[in-house]
Design a protein around this ligand. Structure first.
Ligand SMILES: Nc1ncnc2c1ncn2[C@@H]1O[C@H](COP(=O)(O)OP(=O)(O)OP(=O)(O)O)[C@@H](O)[C@H]1O
Length: 531
């Protein structure tokens, strides 16, 4: 009956191995003593498939279902088969630096695990499928706007090579959902939606924190052992020493993720500890945004007042703070707290090394002999980009194309320089270009020390610097069209963002500098905040 979703039998080792609350009472409440609660999705009016990720589906061994029918019902939460074991996880977290107590999956439910074509189990989770014991005062629903953003961006991030959870489907529910944080301050109904997202697991730092905060040592250990045995088997049988090695590995993976964010200009916007995956995956595509004019202080989250806690330039530091909170939660499991402190060093080491390596690649620099010069060159770039308000994506892409001419002429030609600056800068004041001009001169001189052929350098840089990212205003345009039933831009973005490093000249306009109107509009960023 349930073609094609029942092709693989749902399993769930989390449900089998963790301590769960069997009650199906979904009224919001505290759930001490448990890792998760059994729940049932709340049916919606008229589920209709709007978007489907062919790659994720192929990987899971699924086929695209018709727009309406049993499979789409299952992806909206209207159909729960006997093999599904829907549950909502209990977690806590620090939000904006303050302990928030129990949070949990307030609008997310896992249906179970599907065995992917490579033999690994992947958890399928519905976001927006109705209330759970963790919903607090909210409705358990998601609006189409935030669901389009999550669907598009998680897939775009994957294709950019950034570790992330994935999205399988986007289903419009046929119900309306009222959100009260709309940009003009008025509550109004919006179309509702459910995203089915997938990952090996959605366990977060916060799952450990809530257990530590409540002194549930047995549950804490059971969860740590489960995660290690299942997702970090190379570490061997859990023991006090292995918990430390595991934290070190979480630090390493988190550092790799953050380095990738920084290299593509992604700003998560809400890096609370409940939004930090234990696998080092980008999770929760809420008020995220992409850096357009380069600005380390920029955050898309309009509720992150003043402090700019989650601004672009703060992300590396905040991730470390979050890891410290995880380490603190693990104290009951280890013999010597100092070993946890030492494990955190892995984060800084991996972050520095990965960021440096990714940046050298973006700049096409390989010569080992120029290490000192390169460190100075890389160090000076952020300030020069910020002063010129250079579009981060366009800068690296145009630079890639310009390398052959930068290399072949002993001095940079003014025309080349001018063209580059005009193409990437949001500032027409020439004095604001001074630092970047100077930097480009130093860069060109350094580039000439490379031994590879200019065309080869250019090709390497084009493979490291995407032409297409999910610009904030493009996501907003796709949402506005989808709300009226027009999926053209959504489909086009899905297609183009699958190969973001390819030229795809027929889609040039999707790689253009942000238009002025997009700056003035009361922000795709603001719009994204209510979810
Ligand atoms: N509409 C809602 N109904 C119920 N709970 C919600 C709703 N929106 C957010 N929450 C809960 O508030 C907390 C913080 O929300 P946040 O926006 O970080 O997460 P989210 O986008 O809902 O989910 P996730 O982190 O799973 O992607 C989480 O516990 C979340 O489940």
């Amino acid at each position: 009956m349930l073609q094609p979703l029942d092709k693989a039998l749902f399993q769930n080792s989390f449900v089998e191995q963790m301590r769960g609350e069997a009650s199906m009472d979904q009224s919001p409440r505290q759930v001490p003593g448990y890792h998760y609660s059994r729940v049932l999705p709340t049916p919606v009016a008229d589920p209709q498939l709007l978007a489907w990720s062919e790659e994720v589906a192929a990987f899971l061994g699924l086929e695209r279902p018709p727009e309406r029918g049993p499979a789409v019902d299952a992806l909206a939460g209207n159909l729960v088969t006997e093999t599904m074991k829907p549950f909502a996880a209990r977690y806590g977290g620090h939000q904006f630096g303050n302990w928030a107590g129990q949070l949990g999956d307030g609008r997310a439910m896992s249906l179970g695990e599907l065995m992917a074509t490579d033999g690994t189990p992947w958890e399928i989770q519905l976001k927006g499928a109705g209330p759970t014991p963790y919903s607090r005062r909210a409705d358990g629903r998601a609006v189409l706007r935030s669901s389009v953003r999550e669907f598009l961006c998680s897939e775009a991030m994957h294709h950019l090579g950034v570790p992330t959870t994935r999205a399988l489907s986007l289903v419009r529910t046929g119900d309306e959902v009222v959100r009260d944080m709309f940009y003009d301050g008025n509550a109004r109904p919006e179309p509702g939606a459910v995203v089915a997202r997938v990952a090996p697991t959605f366990v977060r730092f916060g799952n450990f924190q809530i257990l530590a905060a409540h002194g549930e040592k047995d549950n804490l250990q059971a969860l740590a052992d489960y995660v290690i045995r299942r997702y970090y088997p190379e570490l061997g049988a859990p023991s006090p020493a292995v918990y430390v090695q595991w934290l070190e590995e979480v630090c390493r993976r988190t550092a790799v993720m953050i380095a990738h964010w920084q290299s593509v200009g992604f700003v998560h916007g809400v890096m609370n500890t409940d939004n930090m995956s234990i696998l080092g995956l980008t999770i929760d595509y809420g008020p995220y945004g992409w850096l357009e004019p380069y600005d380390p202080d920029w955050t898309p989250n309009t509720t992150d007042f003043g402090g700019r806690r989650y601004a672009f330039g703060q992300q590396p530091r905040v991730a470390l703070w979050n890891l410290m909170m995880l380490a603190q939660a693990l104290i009951p499991l280890v013999e010597d707290v100092q070993t946890l402190r030492a494990a955190l060093d892995q984060y800084v080491a991996t972050l520095n090394e990965t960021q440096h390596r990714l940046m050298l690649r973006k700049l096409g620099l390989t010569a080992q002999t120029a290490a000192e010069e390169d460190a100075a060159l890389l160090g000076a770039l952020p300030e020069a980009l910020a002063e010129a308000e250079a579009d981060m994506t366009l800068f690296f892409r145009h630079l890639s194309h310009a390398t052959p001419s930068l290399i072949s002429h002993p001095a940079i030609e003014e025309a080349v320089l001018q063209e580059l600056l005009e193409a990437v800068s949001y500032m027409d004041a020439p004095e604001k270009h001074q630092k970047l001009r100077q930097w480009l001169g130093q860069y060109a001189a350094r580039l000439r020390q490379e031994t590879a052929a200019p065309e080869e350098i250019r090709a390497g840089m084009l493979a490291a610097n995407p032409k297409y990212v999910l610009r904030n205003y493009l996501a907003q345009q796709a949402i506005e069209a989808a709300e009226t039933g027009d999926l053209t831009l959504l489909n086009r973005l899905m297609l183009v963002l699958k190969t973001p490093f390819d030229e795809q000249p027929e889609h040039d306009e999707l790689a253009a500098k942000r238009p002025d109107w997009a700056r003035e509009k009361p922000g795709s960023a603001t719009l994204s905040c209510s979810s």
